[in-house]
Ligand binder design. Sequence first.
Ligand code: PMP
Length: 365
Amino acid sequence: MRFNKVLDNIKTYEAGKPIELVVREFGITPEDVVKLASNENPIGTSPAVAEVIRKHADKAHLYPDDSMFELKEALSKKFAIEDENIIIGAGSDQVLEFISRALLNENESVLMSAVTFAMYEIYAKQMGAKIYRTASWEHKYDEFMEAYQMYLPRIVYICTPNNPTGDATSKEEVLRIIEAVDPTQTLVVVDGAYMEYAAAKDEKYAITPKDLLGYEHVIYLGTFSKAYGLGGMRVGYGIAQSQLIKALYKMRPPFNITTLSLAAAIEAAKDETFVEKSIALHQEQIKRYESFAKENGFEYIDSYTNFITYLFPDEMDSTAISDALLKRGVIIRNLASYGMNAVRITVGTAKQNDIFFRHFAEVIA
Ligand code: PMP
């Protein structure tokens, strides 16, 4: 079979390994597998949300409300914006896809930091667009502006906090980049998938969709997958001026999230206590990861997310370490494919982290 030429150039997205795979390959019982690879919420989902999902089980034969009125109401209240500023996606991933399809083609290009969320590149390549990256994984104004002026990209991606590095870009720096690009030519995507964690850590890094709504050439992306604990339900959103949202709607298939996902997200949006609890646990547990790195003589990136990135010296090999942990039932993310001798670990519950530290210490000994 012949496929579109653009496919030759695309690497399939490598998702975090599922628990089932470790069970199958290494014969470990599911209860003994610790999955710290996909930045899921370690405390699960809010009990109220789980209850709503169960209650909606007998509505599985009905298509969801395609207007997503209630979810948009909840989001507009939360962010002090209007319904017309919102588009819902099957994860913020799907909103990224709508954006790429609405703006890119083989004559266009996109700009992003050296190491950032893999789907920006994949969606852009699907459209035949060129990819440009800055030299650093941090979002540095000077590097972005130099590349911007050279390539005049159609989309600039700012992932803050950034995945898979965990660092964040201050609101001031993000606004500086936004104001320096040509609003008639370039869309700036501010991907705030982990924003709840950054905002709780340091308000200098807190960006709300409303902060950006004055710009016609900016879209803010958020998700229910992380702090809200709904990764398995696949609900994310894009927030922008209505003209942009209307254009993205042309790319949207009908009923793009499920009846259960919609009900879950509506309930999750009401339960801020669960988010606060998730963040409090995270802030307490991440300190253990920082101390562990210091005690064992390697570096980490100061994290504004629900994960931490360990940077290894040459004598520690991220691939060997990740593989050895996997055989012990501990799944983390090796960043070798990003060109880094580093691993990304989702901060788990106290118990999961105990298990991680025990195995990790044995593996590096
Ligand atoms: N953006 C970033 C930076 C992410 O890390 C992720 C999830 N890995 C997404 C977007 C997509 O999240 P979702 O589709 O689950 O909303």
